[in-house]
Design a protein around this ligand. Structure first.
Ligand code: ZN
Ligand code: ZN
Length: 307
């Protein structure tokens, strides 16, 4: 078949799903991801994702976290209201990087409501310049971990054309949740950092053929998107999904789809096909939408099968 899946480890291809020590490099039964506590409610909702805006919401017994604030303040309020929540009760906003589709509503939500913004120093400086406001920032060093209530947030650098872009692994009482969006390619380090995830938000920005045949974008823009500091294609996302597929990983949300250079079903099929070739049929692959929040998922419902 195509070279897309060629990056998957040979062991992963050979190993049966449902066994525990499938991965060559690690024991997937060990580590933090199995801290699931029966009965703990951890709810996750992607409020919207795409090239024009990205925002997600995570709620645990002691944390209410927005991950990126890439819609207008009004839109964020409306989308939170659609799940019965409001910005007033947020305890933190995490910011991946300063591009406007990740910070558009940050000034309104964070400054007016006094919600702490967790970001690195360069992202803060860039965001304050773009938004022309001061943020109440809780600065982290890229690569460090910090706590927000009962959530431990691991941060790691991703290759993207921003000042200091990061991905996140959010370790909650009901399992781990990975954020890999806006990255030109997924380094081994990046893949390792989200390997314990039960749920992964993964960029699938464009289809290569649709991008190449697009007439709206100038050549330089296409080169930027395709570069190693640009955005993940559907094929690249499928490769990443295969690389980090484990017994534990139960659900992938494909994010940041280009309106012009992608099709939701094409993105999903590209990833599903490669995962199916790998035998990883236990991983549900969902699309996200720019316009509509995804259904809320309870992380504890995605836990490893018992026994
Ligand atoms: Zn973006
Ligand atoms: Zn970006």
């Amino acid at each position: 078949m195509a070279a897309v899946g060629a990056g998957a480890s040979p062991d992963a291809w050979a190993a049966p799903w449902g066994t525990r020590n499938r991965n060559r490099n690690r024991d997937v039964t060990a580590g933090d991801g199995l801290r699931s506590v029966a009965g703990v409610s951890v709810q996750f909702t992607i409020l919207g994702s795409g090239s024009s805006g990205n925002c997600a919401y995570l709620e645990t017994p002691s944390a209410r976290i927005l991950i990126d604030a890439g819609f207008s303040g009004r839109q964020i309020r409306q989308r939170l209201a659609s799940i019965g929540r409001s910005p007033e009760t947020l305890t933190a906003i995490l910011v991946t990087h300063e591009h406007i589709d990740h910070i558009q509503g940050l000034g309104v939500i964070a400054s007016k409501l006094d919600v702490p913004v967790y970001c690195n120093r360069l992202t803060r400086e860039a965001a304050e310049g773009i938004l022309e406001c001061k943020l109440k920032a809780a600065i982290f060093q890229t690569g460090a971990s910090f706590e927000v209530g009962d959530v431990t947030v691991d941060t790691f650098s991703v290759p993207h054309d921003a000042y200091d872009p990061v991905g996140f692994l959010l370790r909650t009482p009901a399992g781990d949740l990975g954020f890999l969006t806006d990255l030109g390619h997924a380094t081994k380090l990046v893949q390792e950092r989200v390997r314990s995830a039960q749920l992964l938000v993964l960029e699938a920005n464009h289809d290569l053929k649709l991008l190449q045949s697009d007439t709206k974008r100038p050549w330089a823009t296409k080169q930027r998107i395709l570069s190693r500091h640009g955005h993940l294609s559907n094929d690249a996302a499928a490769t990443v999904a295969c690389e980090i597929a484990s017994d534990r990983l139960r659900r992938i949300y494909l994010g940041h789809l280009s309106r012009d250079c992608n099709r939701p079903e094409l993105a999903r099929q590209t990833v599903v096909t490669k995962l199916t070739e790998l035998g990883a049929t236990h991983i549900e692959v969902n699309n996200t939408s720019q316009d509509t929040p995804c259904a809320t998922v309870d992380l504890s419902s995605l836990g490893p099968t018992s026994g």
